[in-house]
Design a protein around this ligand. Structure first.
Ligand code: GMT
Length: 374
């Protein structure tokens, strides 16, 4: 099939998932056309089946807000027509789904039918989308899509409770490519970071408020008062400088490293002992799944789709949002030598159930269903 994928190209779960899906589909023989304003961060291999079409927004003194959605819709029309695409798969409701519906309507006037598959990822529904400013457009774009998917049962429920949705929502969970995300032997790296055999805690995110990175730091400080431990913070975002300040004030800064955005995060995950995800909302938790594939158990909150990923007491533990004492206790338990190997094995086992080769056919089925409805 010739598939157009529209996503955010940035360091965020929806863009990462869309890019990994596109790369997986290209390996399977589909022709994939990414349509977005910058090269997606993870689009890092060359294939005769992968194409990237940039959306450029023309600036004009009259525009206080450059109209990205219009430019995107026009680019979708152009790429569908020129490349003869079979369908458009748009990730994140705003503004991708609504721009796709506009493109579909324009293409219809030219006698071209293009199915739209919309994948909901989380904050497009639970945070931004539900704002009164956007809600009616989000509702319309979802209802007008030919097939709608959500990355967890929890997100499906949230979408139905927040919007008036007539369309069926199919749950297709996030996935992980276990050929890429697997435990690698990076003992020299572990030795350099933990020279005295300390345990290694990790957190990966885009440092947005919703991630509550301050809780990760507080949990770490308290754990470090009881056992030798180090913390790696991977990623970047609006809260990062505040978090560095907090770490200086509350913790032993030499035990904490802010690594920023890393391209080979699997190499780092390979040497870590526990991943902490303290989010107050999380529709799935892709970063945690990638850690689990590298045999890293999870201490997470019990919100959204996290309980569909993290089996309490098996792959790690789930705790209430902000319950620091519980998170500290559970982290100490998971890190205990008597239990850690079992938690690592269970985390890995669970990750296997979200393997790319099992999830990708669900998208292919959704594509076929969307084409049939035309
Ligand atoms: O978590 C983020 O801040 C990034 C966000 C995004 O929209 O790119 O991630 C969302 O989509 C991911 C891929 O489906 C999910 O794994 C994340 O759980 C979800 N984030 C939230 O719901 C906060």
């Amino acid at each position: 099939m010739k598939i157009g994928i529209v996503c955010y190209p940035t360091y965020g779960g929806s863009g990462v998932m869309a890019t990994e899906l596109g790369m997986g589909l290209a390996k399977k023989g589909h022709q994939i056309h990414f349509i977005t304003y910058a090269q997606p961060t993870r689009l890092d291999f060359l294939s005769e089946n992968l194409f990237y079409h940039e959306v450029s927004v023309k600036d004009y003194p009259l525009f206080d807000y450059p109209p990205y959605e219009i430019a995107l819709a026009a680019r979708m029309v152009d790429v569908v027509e020129y490349e003869k695409l079979d369908l458009l798969h748009v990730h994140y409701a705003i503004p991708h789904a609504s721009a796709a519906i506009l493109a579909k309507q324009i293409l219809a006037t030219k006698g071209i039918t293009i199915p739209i598959i919309t994948t909901l990822h989380g904050t497009d529904i639970t945070l931004v989308g539900k704002e009164a400013t956007y809600a009616s457009v989000v509702t319309y774009a979802i209802n007008q899509s030919d097939v709608v998917t959500a990355v967890s049962n929890s997100l499906k429920r949230d979408t139905h409770s927040l919007f008036d949705i007539q369309k069926e929502i199919k749950v297709i969970p996030n996935f992980v490519d276990i050929d890429k995300f697997k435990k690698q032997h990076k003992d020299h790296f572990k030795k350099a970071i933990c020279p005295n055999g300390e345990k290694l805690i990790v957190h990966v995110s885009n440092f947005r408020k919703v991630k509550r990175v301050q809780d990760v730091i507080t949990v770490f400080c308290k754990v470090s008062q009881q056992i030798p431990v180090k913390l790696l913070l991977v990623g970047d975002g609006p809260e990062r400088s505040e978090m560095e300040k907090m770490t200086r004030e509350t913790c032993s800064i030499q035990d904490v490293r802010f690594l920023g955005k890393m391209s080979n995060v699997e190499e780092i995950l390979s040497v870590c002992d526990v991943f902490i995800m303290t989010s107050e909302k999380e529709s799935f938790g892709l970063a945690a799944l990638e850690a689990m594939a590298c045999q890293v158990p999870l201490i997470s909150t019990n919100v959204g789709g996290l309980t569909e990923l993290n089996e309490d007491g098996v792959t790690g533990y789930t705790c209430d949002v902000g319950d620091i004492e519980d998170m500290v206790e559970k982290t100490l338990h998971v890190l205990h030598e008597d239990y850690l190997p079992k938690f690592k094995a269970e985390a890995y086992k669970k990750a296997l159930s979200f393997e790319l080769s099992q999830i990708m056919p669900m998208y292919e089925e959704a594509y076929e269903a969307a084409c049939i409805t035309q």
